[in-house]
Design a binder for this molecule. Structure first.
Ligand code: CA
Length: 668
């Protein structure tokens, strides 16, 4: 042990990686965790710095019911193992790990489920957790990431307001209920999402997280879930019974199955970049300090949550790869949104992409191409937005288009292209081409990025709002407090039209299509820009409001339908965008327009012209030759023609105009 321990201590001082330690101990076996059969269960845990490891078996997931402690044997590369005969389905377990003079009880990092609050793992017969027909469950079709329209949703928010009409309030099962309505008889829940026409639901973290007490579910509690505890286990508070480990698995699978049956793919938000804290983390209890980056003896904190994990260490990288593959195969998850993705190194994100390609290349991988603070690895190795061109098949959120449209998320008063700020045309053009290189977009001179960062349009996740910061509607209420509600609705429509016509992958926060607000629970008349632990009254989707916002809802729905009907808006290759998309010159300030030609990407329309007017007054814009059918204007959006234009056209103040030409597909 002495020699190994020495190599370990030495390597931990180096932030670049673990070098000799990984060389000596990194384990690439597929058998870590509890490998269950009806006859016996094998247990394996990687703990090379431990002097003693044993397995504790329990009757239940909590309480005083230890039944047996079995010593484990160290084998190759620091892997400890033991076997237990018999059918252990439903048996709870932990590992006792002795390092130096300290013994810690840890949940298996590869635990497939746990008891209440994730304090003990549970051996589980995974096949017995499959809902009926799950073996026949298939992913809805998706050809390119640019065909996706992503709807970001917190499991609880969908149903926590009484107006949802959903029985399984705040649960995975709430996303299996069809036929639900609000008091006006308008669709809620999964029916609403399906009717809207999005292709993907992205659920906020739904693996086991720390801060909601699963033993007190009668007490109102809320958390976004960016405080991971057990990475391969569904969150217990979203199940109807957090005490029996098989229930949460079954119910989450039922959610995925129901969404798939309704034509919706399911992406999951994953937070491998940090743990809730260091001292209670099962990483730390199993192999102290190995899974975290340190600089000069201190824990690096690129997550701004007190620590950052070390994806550049072989076993952390393996852990992330194994975990996403597990979710993709066992739960049929269709995509992964990486929280603070730039905390991870490029090699890890490439490994994630390669491993998921083996499962299904249409599984999406994207994330936040930034960190929450200084990172211990060099920026050249981080999965930063600026480095996206080096990571094929992985995307990043475009804060460029986000802030270009509505103003900075860090300055509530700041406005954008839609809300009265001059000089934002470049940011909008930058977003329209999905952050890819384009001859007419030489650089974006806003305060963040100066050059294109996406090699392909599928790498740019275009959005205005997500769970973070003010909702789109609340932002407008603050930045444009002097404007009427009617004007702010025009701004909202213009913003959504930009997102849903641009090249790349459109994304929006659930409820944006219903002018969602997050009213502050503490400040009268205020808004909550960081609602991670705020009550349901702030976070919930208020379905009662739907009747009042149907106009906006129908506009989003129409834009989505238009996008789906026109593949020219979904080009998969940068070269196609360069060849087919041309910006108009000589337009007024705060007006951006472009035409896509050549039946781009197999579109039924020969040409599409899109014009955005950020000015309060109408803009007169000369159209390319011929007669154009109008499908989107300031009032309505859809696939059918609502009128024609020829020569010059007047684009109403604060609005979008989308016209098509040379198609039989437009209903007239
Ligand atoms: Ca939990």
């Amino acid at each position: 042990m002495g020699k190994k321990q020495q190599a370990y201590d030495k390597s931990m001082e180096r932030y670049e990686g673990t070098g000799a330690f990984d060389e000596a101990f990194a384990y690439d076996g597929k058998d870590l965790g509890a490998v269950y059969t009806k006859e016996k269960t094998g247990f394996k845990v990687w703990a090379p710095t431990a002097s003693e490891v044993s397995l504790n078996l329990y009757e239940q997931g909590d309480g005083d019911n230890l039944t047996e402690t079995i010593p484990m044997t160290m084998g190759e590369r620091g892997v400890w193992s033991c076997e237990k005969q018999g059918d252990l389905n439903g048996v709870y377990y932990t590992y006792l790990v002795r390092i130096g003079s300290k013994t810690s009880e840890a949940v298996d990092l590869y635990a497939r489920t746990t008891g209440v609050n994730g304090n003990r793992g549970m051996v589980v017969d995974l096949r017995a957790t499959d809902p009926e027909g799950f073996d026949k469950d298939t992913r809805p079709a998706l050809v390119n990431p640019t065909d996706a329209v992503i709807y970001e949703l917190h499991v609880r928010d969908l149903s926590s307001d009484a107006s949802s009409g959903i029985v399984n309030t705040g649960k995975f099962l709430g996303l299996t209920e069809t036929g639900t309505t609000n008091a006006d008889g308008l669709a809620t829940g999964i029916d609403h999402i399906r009717d809207l026409g999005v292709t993907h639901v992205q659920i906020l973290p739904s693996y086991d997280y720390a801060t909601v007490d699963e033993a007190k579910l009668d007490t109102p509690q809320f958390n976004w879930g960016y405080d991971p505890k057990n990475y391969n286990v569904p969150e217990g508070s979203y199940s109807t019974d957090p005490y029996h480990g098989e229930v949460r698995i079954n119910e989450m699978k039922r959610m995925v199955q129901a969404l798939h049956r309704n034509g919706l793919r399911v992406n999951m938000d994953v937070v491998y970049n940090h743990t809730f804290n260091i001292e209670d983390s099962y990483f730390q209890k199993t192999v102290p300090d190995y899974y975290y980056r340190k600089v000069g003896g201190r824990y690096s904190d690129a997550s701004a949550c007190g620590n950052e994990t070390a994806s550049d260490h072989a076993m952390m990288r393996k852990y992330i790869v194994d975990s996403v593959v597990y979710w993709a195969t066992e739960y049929h998850i269709d995509g992964f949104r990486f929280d603070l993705m730039a905390v991870h190194d490029i090699e890890t994100m490439k490994a994630v992409r390669a491993a998921l390609d083996e499962v299904d290349p249409s599984i999406m991988v994207y994330g936040e191409g930034w960190t929450g603070g200084d990172c211990a690895i060099p920026s050249s190795e981080q999965a930063l937005k600026e480095n996206m061109a080096r990571i094929d098949g992985v995307g990043a959120f475009s804060d460029d288009i986000r802030d270009g449209i509505k103003g900075s998320v860090f300055e509530a008063q700041d406005q954008g292209f839609i809300s009265g700020k001059d000089g934002m045309e470049e940011s909008i053009r930058f977003g329209i081409v999905g952050a890819t290189p384009h001859p007419q977009v030489p650089a974006c001179r806003n305060d963040k990025v100066t050059r294109s960062w996406a090699a392909q349009p599928g790498q740019s996740i275009n959005y205005i709002s997500c769970h973070d910061n003010l909702t789109f509607w609340d932002k407008l209420a603050i930045s444009n407090a002097d404007d009427s509600e009617e004007t702010r609705i025009r701004m909202n429509k213009l913003g959504s039209a930009i997102i849903l016509t641009s090249q790349g992958v459109p994304f929006f926060q659930a409820g944006e299509e219903m002018l969602r607000s997050k009213p502050s629970a503490t400040v009268e008349g205020g808004f909550d820009e960081n609602s991670y632990a705020s009550p349901d009254s702030t976070n919930s989707i208020k379905w009662l409001e739907k009747a009042k916002v149907l106009d906006t809802y129908e506009y989003y729905k129409g834009l989505i339908a238009f996008r789906k009907a026109h593949s020219a808006l979904r080009m998969a290759e940068t070269a196609d965008i360069q060849r087919n998309l041309t910006f108009m010159g000589g337009l007024d300030a705060n007006v951006v327009g472009y035409t896509i030609e050549n039946h781009a990407n197999g579109d039924t329309a020969e040409k599409i012209t899109v014009i955005f007017n950020g000015n309060a007054d109408a803009a007169i814009v000369p159209l390319p030759a011929g007669t154009w059918e109008i499908c989107v204007n300031d009032k309505t959006a859809g696939t059918a023609s609502v009128g024609t234009a020829e020569g010059t056209v007047s684009v109403a103040g604060i609005s979008a105009l989308v016209l098509v030409q040379g198609t039989d597909a437009v209903e007239k």
